[in-house]
Design a protein around this ligand. Structure first.
Ligand SMILES: [Zn+2]
Length: 265
């Protein structure tokens, strides 16, 4: 098996004590690479360090919308300097669900980072929660956009089609496989084969039990939200679940997502 987890935060505090074990577990379960996404200038150094030590981790640097309002002077220069050594710029984006008050500032920081993507020739890893109108408006008002990866895509199947006018890919996580996420199931089913990727967003968005690798779950480590920690080793099971929804074999989805990753990154 050869799979990619296109979105993890292995720099997170809850991986400090057993990072080697977590990476080893991912590799032995068939996940051969993981994109480790920074969220603000404060965690970029940790991302860089752990990626240097582990060639299976690809670094991405960016300012997550939650941090857009508390940036200190010089963050742009710092990001510019990291961009060439980065697999992508991310995680960046817009969030009206969990942080609605500073959307103008978020758009500003998002635009700046999309420019950095273009200059460096890198894709953008995009977080978007309940801000799909603002996202469409922002992207449409720009002269040029980089390749985009909608991470943990949570929009409708219809909006996915609308976004198709940009060079956009969609990545789905394991939590979306739970029974009550019917609209997400539709999105997973309707995503164009040439545009789909898989991710865990570890340590967050822990999938339902049937998509948890037992060796990972039995560690019983919690993330800072108090939930069972998600791990990249869960990707093969998530691939099975997503393949079942799409009516293809896990091998076919594995082949397709690897091909898509290769093109996007
Ligand atoms: Zn994330």
């Amino acid at each position: 098996m050869s799979l990619t987890d296109s979105h993890v935060h292995l720099q997170d505090e809850c991986f400090r004590d057993d990072l080697e074990e977590v990476i080893q577990r991912a590799l032995s379960s068939g996940v051969r690479r993981m994109v480790c996404c920074g969220t603000n200038p404060e965690d970029w150094q940790r991302v860089s360090l752990i990626c240097q030590d582990h060639p299976c981790l690809l670094p991405a640097y960016g300012v997550h919308p939650w941090f857009a309002g508390r940036l200190s002077e010089g963050w742009k220069d710092k990001l510019h300097a990291l961009a060439d050594r980065s697999a992508a710029i991310g995680e960046i984006g817009l969030d009206k669900l969990l942080c609605n008050e500073n959307i103008e500032k978020q758009i500003d920081v998002f635009n700046t980072q999309l420019d950095i993507c273009l200059e460096a020739g890198k894709p953008a890893i995009v977080h978007c929660l309940k801000a799909f109108g603002a996202l469409m408006q922002t992207l449409s008002s720009r002269k040029e956009n980089p390749r985009l990866l909608m991470h943990s895509y949570s929009g409708s199947a219809e909006f996915m089609r609308e976004l198709g006018k940009f060079d956009v890919y969609f990545s789905f996580n394991g939590k979306m496989l739970q029974d009550n996420c019917k609209s997400m199931h539709r999105a997973i089913r309707n995503a164009p084969a040439g545009k789909i990727l898989l991710e865990t967003d570890s340590p967050y968005l822990t999938p339902p039990e049937e998509y948890l690798l037992q060796a990972a779950a039995e560690k019983n480590i919690k993330n800072n939200m108090g939930y069972l920690r998600n791990e990249p080793a869960n990707i093969p099971l998530i691939c099975r679940g997503a393949a079942r929804l799409r009516g293809v074999s896990p091998e076919e989805l594995e082949r397709q997502t690897e091909e898509n990753f290769q093109i996007l990154f």
